[in-house]
Design a protein around this ligand. Structure first.
Ligand SMILES: [Zn+2]
Length: 839
């Protein structure tokens, strides 16, 4: 899945392991256009390891009745008792069932949910739909089931609905039968063994793209009517990445067909239902004429992430939610790796650095958690869908791959997937497979990274000893701020790779060691290196603190580093400044030599640091200081815009177009440079009249900057543009820009709309946007407190944490007290850790 987490509080409770489902047939009668309820029956074939008189399974928010158990040709009536605290029902029988096979039949009914979970109602214009979203523990709100990841079974779905509806599920359709009153019954083929959270159903008026085949697998994109012209790119992504995934695993795609479905209302980014992957429209449907490079990369990455899950997660499933990272860290790493192979010119590992940086920032907090996290309740399972599980996990996977070598690592992954196909695994299964493939013990190095919270800062000091160059390395946990847990002194075995500058300019080589102790000595040789970068290709998940002389050498040799290393160097130096480990002057001196940087992603990282300094420091400084700061930014980075202008030259490449966009954002948004701020209004007006007047990559910064100085007329134009948008990306752009205005009356309108007309999937993100906006921040916080009760009813559970994550934008100790007091009085079950982190 692509998401962040949240849901309900439950006491620890697991189903008995001696009752297991093997085959499950679910029949649903649903017609979302006509009714908001559904009825169904489920038939579950079971294996009992021991005799029992009671069978417990999950069901919640469903009416369940008519329990029948068939055993040895006899039918027994069961009495159903409900156990809402465990989200289960128990079927009590008057006699003991013998060990062996039995079949349970249950009738059930429920309402299409409003909260984007379970089987939920969704709309697009006048059309109404029913879709599922079942991860982590919402299958139990769709039908009675054994809702734990080890309880894999073959599912046979069938649906009775109106003839005009399309019905999609995990498997291909076996048969369709016409019924009276314009209805039909669609029956699907049985699936291979699946965990319940991967079951999928879509019902409503949908259209499909053309079908592209990879081997025997038909691939299609599904969407609400009229969007076919937007499906080409996603289809190409699916085809190209699936082909590469099959080659990587050396194992064909495990399901009979592949449907990718663009869902009009969706809580997560996307969900890897086996054979029927669901996406937000923005992450699947694009118009090649207006899409930005960043949007295209994101679609490719998300499509590939979900398809990687078909092996990693669907075919081989973690045994329990504590090893969620086995799914998500791998899918995240694999998506960047595969898309990089498909489109090397996109430099995906540079993009990845922004996610890695966010994970490092979160993991520097006292209230972080280890990648492997014990999970007792659904809430705790849901909380784990975060940057640590995904992006830190992916960084650690990348570090291990780099350490073992790509070929040995791939052999290990293939061995692991083959050995556990259709089964469940724990981390040790992966270590065993990798160790055998690489012929060395993996676990002693990897465990600390998976089981300890946080990460080290590696301090490097260069010295000359008896004619040799020596690096004295020391490590300790990197903690943001002074309040960290300093009592324990954790260590990490660091698979270290350094880039060592050679005798001549531009020449360098890599040095590798595993650094295990608190202190290590790395002897380099008799020649003094021109420079040393302590994290080659940023493959290690740690911060590097180079000594002052090493930092000066690096600043003088920036061109000899790769773009990923330059980005890593700037980000590390900024993180050291923020944590009070290095003076901010060191960062600013380093940043000033980045004026000629051409790689947009490196500029994006600098822009992030500058924006923070601008918002949190410069905003509170006197006019002279603020002007000096902004003058520094214009002097160092203004040249980009002067050189490139606003219009792309004929045949200009995409990185240059993206660099222009970053420069405009940095100079307009952070530096407040008149050369940008005085013309964006005009550029935006022209763009509203004719989308062809602006390079697509500039649309986001121009629309957002224009909103700041925008009046009610511009606001109305944005509203109209959002309602009539031709693509999901354009819709998103104008909708979220409603949070960027500075006029208090217009911001009040945006907040009011959050209570009413803004779709549930977008509303939390618009609030996030207003918390980032200095002109809206204070009022938005007041609004959140006053309207929490009403907003809570609209927040999809997994998105409420996005808002909590943004509260650190509030700056004073008064705010800290208010946030703390507010969430003590209004606890969010799945936001517990997020609140601690925000504070
Ligand atoms: Zn995922």
């Amino acid at each position: 899945m692509q998401t962040r987490g949240a849901a309900r509080t439950l006491r620890p409770h697991r189903l008995a392991t001696d009752v297991r489902p093997t085959n499950v047939a679910v029949h649903i009668e649903v017609d979302p256009q006509k009714r908001d309820d559904f009825v169904g029956e489920v038939t579950i074939e079971l294996v009992l390891d021991a005799p029992r008189r009671m069978i417990e399974l999950h069901a919640d928010d469903l009416k369940v009745e008519g329990a029948q158990v068939e055993v040895g040709g006899r039918n027994l009536h069961g009495r159903i008792t409900k156990h809402p605290a465990f989200e289960t029902i128990r079927i009590q029988l008057s006699e003991r069932l013998p060990a062996g096979r039995a079949t349970v039949r249950l009738g059930f009914s429920g309402k299409l949910r409003p909260d984007l979970r379970g089987l939920y109602a969704s709309r697009s214009g006048r059309r109404r739909y029913a879709f599922t979203q079942l991860e982590a523990t919402d299958a139990r709100r769709f039908f009675p089931c054994f809702d734990e990841p080890t309880m894999k079974a073959r599912f046979t779905m069938s649906v009775t609905t109106s003839q005009r509806n399309t019905v999609l599920s995990n498997a291909p359709i076996a048969r369709t039968k016409k019924l009276s009153r314009g209805r039909k019954q669609v029956t699907f083929r049985p699936t291979p063994p699946l965990a319940t959270y991967l079951v999928a159903l879509a019902v409503g008026e949908l259209e499909a793209s053309k079908t592209l085949k990879l081997g025997q697998t038909p691939i299609r994109i599904w969407h609400v009517p009229g969007k076919r012209p937007l499906t080409g790119f996603a289809l190409e992504c699916a085809h190209e990445t699936l082909r590469r995934l099959e080659a990587y695993f050396d194992l064909p795609y495990p399901y009979e067909k592949l449907d990718l479905v663009a869902v009009p209302d969706f809580e997560a980014g996307a969900m890897e239902n086996a054979g029927a992957v669901f996406f937000r429209e923005t992450l699947l449907l694009v118009d090649p004429k207006t899409v930005t490079l960043a949007e295209k990369k994101r679609v490719a990455e998300v499509v590939c992430h979900e398809l990687a899950h078909m092996w990693y997660g669907d075919l081989v499933t973690m045994a329990w939610w504590d090893d969620l990272w086995l799914n998500e860290a791998f899918a995240t790493w694999m998506a960047f790796s595969i898309v990089d192979d498909w489109k090397p010119e996109w430099k995906m590992w540079l993009d990845f650095q922004h996610y890695r940086g966010a994970a490092l920032n979160l993991d520097a907090l006292a209230h972080t958690h280890p990648i492997y996290m014990p999970v007792r309740t659904p809430d705790e399972a849901t909380e784990n869908f975060d940057l640590i599980t995904y992006e830190k996990g992916a960084s650690v996977v990348r570090m291990v791959e780099n350490w073992l070598g790509a070929a040995a690592f791939r052999r290990g992954v293939r061995r692991y997937v083959r050995a556990h196909a259709e089964g469940n695994t724990v981390a040790a299964d992966l270590w065993t497979a990798l160790s055998r493939a690489a012929k060395q013990e993996v676990e002693p190095v990897v465990r600390a990274w998976i089981e300890q919270p946080g990460f080290p800062v590696l301090s490097l000091r260069h010295s000359r000893e008896r004619g040799k160059s020596v690096l004295n390395a020391s490590q300790e946990r990197f903690v943001a701020g002074a309040r960290g847990p300093r009592r324990d002194r954790p260590r990490w075995p660091i698979p270290w790779v350094g880039r060592i500058g050679g005798a001549r300019k531009g020449q360098s080589k890599l040095e590798r060691r595993v650094l295990t102790g608190a202190r290590s000595r790395i002897t380099l040789g008799s020649n003094a290196p021109r420079f040393v970068h302590g994290n080659a290709e940023a493959s290690g998940f740690y911060r590097t603190h180079h000594d002052a002389a090493m930092l000066r050498d690096l600043a003088a040799e920036l061109r000899s580093l790769s773009a990923v290393e330059r980005l890593c160097l700037a980000s590390d130096q900024w993180a050291l400044a923020r944590a009070g480990r290095a003076p901010i002057e060191d960062f600013l001196e380093l940043a000033s030599v980045f004026g000629e940087e051409l790689e947009p992603d490196v500029l994006v990282a600098l822009r992030g640091a500058f924006a923070f300094a601008n918002d949190q420091l410069a905003a509170n400084a006197d006019d002279a200081t603020r002007n000096a700061w902004r003058g520094f930014l214009v002097e160092r980075f203004g040249e980009h815009l002067l050189e490139l202008g606003w219009r792309p030259a004929d045949g200009e490449d995409e990185p240059t177009r993206v660099r222009r966009a970053v420069a405009i954002s940095l100079l307009g948004d952070v530096a407040g440079w008149e050369a940008v701020t005085e013309v964006v209004g005009e550029k935006c007006a022209a763009y509203l009249d004719d989308r062809g007047t602006l390079d697509p990559n500039l649309a986001d910064p121009v629309v957002s900057l224009a909103a700041r100085a925008g009046d009610a007329r511009l606001y109305a134009r944005f509203e109209k543009a959002f309602q009539r948008a031709a693509t999901p990306q354009e819709r998103r752009r104008f909708l979220f820009a409603l949070g960027d205005f500075h006029d208090p009356k217009l911001l009040a309108r945006t907040r009011k709309a959050c209570l009413e007309s803004i779709p549930v999937q977008d509303m939390p993100f618009l609030l996030v946007r207003m918390l980032h906006n200095p002109a809206a921040r204070e009022e938005t916080w007041t609004f959140l407190q006053k309207r929490w009760r009403r907003l809570s009813r609209r927040f999809p559970p997994a998105l409420v944490t996005r808002v909590i994550d943004t509260l650190p934008e509030l700056q004073t100790t008064r705010h800290r007290r208010e946030v703390s007091a507010f969430f003590r009085q209004n606890p969010v079950p799945t936001g517990r850790r997020a609140v601690q982190q925000a504070l």
